[in-house]
Design a protein around this ligand. Sequence first.
Ligand code: GLA
Length: 386
Amino acid sequence: MSSPRDRVTREFVRRVGAPPTLLARAPGRVNLIGDHTDYNDGFVLPMAIDRAVWIALRPRDEARVEVHSLDFGEDAAFDVHDISRGGRGWAEYLRGVAWALGSQFDGQRGTTLCGWEGVLAGDVPLGAGLSSSAALELATARAFAGACDLPWEPVTMARLAQRAENDWVGVKSGIMDQFISAAGVAGHALLIDCRSLATRAVALPDDVGVVVLDTATRRGLVDSEYNERRARSESAARQLGVKALRDVDERMFAERAATLDDVTRRRARHVVTENARVLAAADALAADDARRVGELMNESHRSLRDDFEVSRPELDAMVEIARAQVGCFGARMTGAGFGGCAVALVTRASTERFAADVARRYEAEVGLTPAVYLCEAAEGASLEII
Ligand code: GLA
């Protein structure tokens, strides 16, 4: 199948009768380690992947957006100065981003939101935990910035996209997905301090491959379970007398944890230990010590499964199967959990064979057909002027 870049360009020409003037792109992501830490002001180590959402567009005089989604075979349209909620679905991410951008830029320093017409498509699997929604949000932000001459500043745009997700779509997610989609660095994972938003790009060793393993399971309740984990984490921080769980290290936790009920204590323990693992993993990766990174990933999975309780049997099975293969340094569930993908770190020489063997064994043991993606670390959101 042709690339989403080609597909959106071709469809734009077919519909509009002229080539697009801009091509906006924003990638999905896989998180190597550090889950459910971002909304606790903690640390994460994701990378943007070589799968993205693309929008072919051209600005228009009217302040109205008209867009066609090739993936859904649907149209959406809205007035950028009078946006109302249109129900659920892909177009809400565009409306939410327009709303967040409008509240930031409209009338400021001579900037104002304009309209555009476009066609969008992507190859980030939907709902798999690879941040197809953050990719859509950032591609939309990139499209608006290109069409309306807004300043492109990745951190500001990541924050605005998070605002769209939190306050328009209604999922109380942290900053990780939007941040890495905006600011990813090719060939690198990005250590992000989710409090200060300081980053450190860590090169992925040439001889190491990142393999994403989709369990082919999805869980409908993920939003409410997610919001519950977030609320519980905030309550743990309050009870421990800190602003966020980020402020608790392992020693302080050992001293104060007895005051927490069992569930809250285990949730907090995950966050506290995961933050330490992320920092250790970034150092190990920078030192080319993939074996150590793999061990930390394995521990992270255990903690997400037993303490934070966001795994599920198919994810556990996938991780076990991955670890049993030759050349695998470590594996863990990745993202919010409750279904979706695991990520494995593998010697580059064995990635193809690893992918085939894991898929075959998972299907035989679990009875579901997984998807397997060999991923390269990609650049964050970009814009081509044609
Ligand atoms: C989802 C959220 C992120 C993060 C992860 C879990 O992907 O969007 O902000 O909390 O879950 O690490």
